[in-house]
Design a binder for this molecule. Structure first.
Ligand code: ZN
Ligand code: ZN
Length: 366
């Protein structure tokens, strides 16, 4: 199996590169190695494929996060659907296991697990931001033993089997084979008297309360990363991160697409025919007035500039679009029926130009 290069290395960018920098780097390299420019050059072709693969992962926020955490394996799992399925409040069943514990006897430090938490917010909250207090369980350093896992007053001692090296060497002919020490699991130290509180783990499960600020403009399906709020690390290792998955409740009137907001606005037959001024609800708990010109058709769209959703990145807000639905009257009274009949008798071709042009087209076909 060929060795897979690091995606950041392939795109020649920093691990902290932002979306723009990633895009720029990709464009530059993709142009350089494009098959059209390097016909018959197998190396360039390989390179071009590599660049595309790296970009397909790093340009996607979720895939990039998975790759950052677990490397190539993480993305493979992601692609095969290892991604989602976390309900509201579903937490702690989701430890990423031993991914960080690839034992390294030289550094016992282990990074804490990343955690995920689902938060449901109202449509309005997603537009203008909200603070939420969340409660979840995570591993925290055991305060009784200070994280050593050893009973108070005792210490971790050098492993008597491997004498602290973490491995056992065996001579086989010319070769010396090293195996991880069975007694200490490669750590080089053992606990003779485990801490009674954490049973030697060095960590205990505790409830954590945390106020999180959800920024204005966040959208359904977005994910927030709260650095360092995952589980505590082991032996001085850094904390994991907390990932907050946002679900936005649908609104009864407004629908959002990107930073634009849409609303369907029913108006009556006579309003459409005669023209009128109507009040339209907007998301900034106010109303805007729009002018319906005489002869407005169903499907006509009006725009309120800057009344859409804010963008997380800042800058101009999106627009609000009003889609007009002309409502055909129903449940007519006798009098209304009569008036409509009178109206129908008055109808001329010019009154319904659409209908006329349609009929003209039919005639031209036949
Ligand atoms: Zn303890
Ligand atoms: Zn040992």
């Amino acid at each position: 199996m060929a060795y897979k290069r690091d995606y950041y290395e392939i795109l020649e960018i920093d691990r902290n590169a932002n979306a723009d920098e990633i895009k720029k780097a990709y464009r530059k390299l993709a142009q350089k190695y494009h098959p059209d420019k390097n016909r018959g050059d197998g190396d360039s072709e390989e390179k071009f494929k590599e660049i595309n693969e790296a970009y397909s992962i790093l340009c996607d926020e979720e895939k990039r996060a998975a790759y950052d955490r677990f490397g190539h394996e993480g993305v493979g799992a992601f692609a095969s659907g290892g991604g989602g399925g976390f309900g509201f409040g579903d937490i702690f069943g989701d430890f990423f296991g031993d991914i960080f514990s690839q034992s390294n006897k030289k550094t016992k430090r282990k990074r804490g697990e990343d955690l995920r938490y689902g938060v449901r917010i109202k449509f309005e909250e997603s537009l203008f931001g909200v603070s939420k207090q969340i409660k979840y369980n995570r591993y925290e350093t055991c305060s009784t033993c200070g994280g050593t896992g050893a009973k108070k007053g005792t210490n971790r001692v050098t492993c008597p089997v491997c004498h602290g090296t973490g491995e056992i060497r065996q001579q086989q002919g010319f070769f010396s084979i090293a195996r991880t020490c069975y007694k200490c699991g490669g750590e080089g130290e053992i606990i003779e008297n485990p801490c009674p509180v954490c049973k030697g783990e060095g960590r205990v499960i505790k409830e954590r309360k945390l106020d999180i600020k959800i920024p204005a403009g966040i959208d359904d399906g977005n994910r927030l990363k709260v650095s360092g709020e995952g589980s505590s690390g082991l032996f001085g290792g850094p904390n994991g991160d907390l990932y907050v998955d946002i679900t936005v409740e649908p609104h009864a009137l407004f629908k959002r697409q990107g930073s634009d907001i849409f609303i369907s606005m029913p108006i009556s037959f006579s309003q459409a025919a005669l023209g009128s001024e109507i009040e339209v609800p907007t998301v900034d708990d106010g109303k805007s007035t729009i002018k319906i010109t005489p002869g407005t058709q169903s499907g006509t769209q009006f725009t309120l500039k800057g009344k859409g959703a804010p963008k997380i990145s800042g800058g101009q807000r999106g627009n609000q679009y009003i889609n007009i639905v002309v409502e055909t009257p129903t449940n007519l009274t006798q009098k209304q029926k009569k008036l409509f009949e009178e109206l129908a008798a008055e109808n001329k071709e010019e009154t319904h130009p659409l209908k006329k042009s349609f009929l003209d087209k039919i005639k031209s076909i036949i």
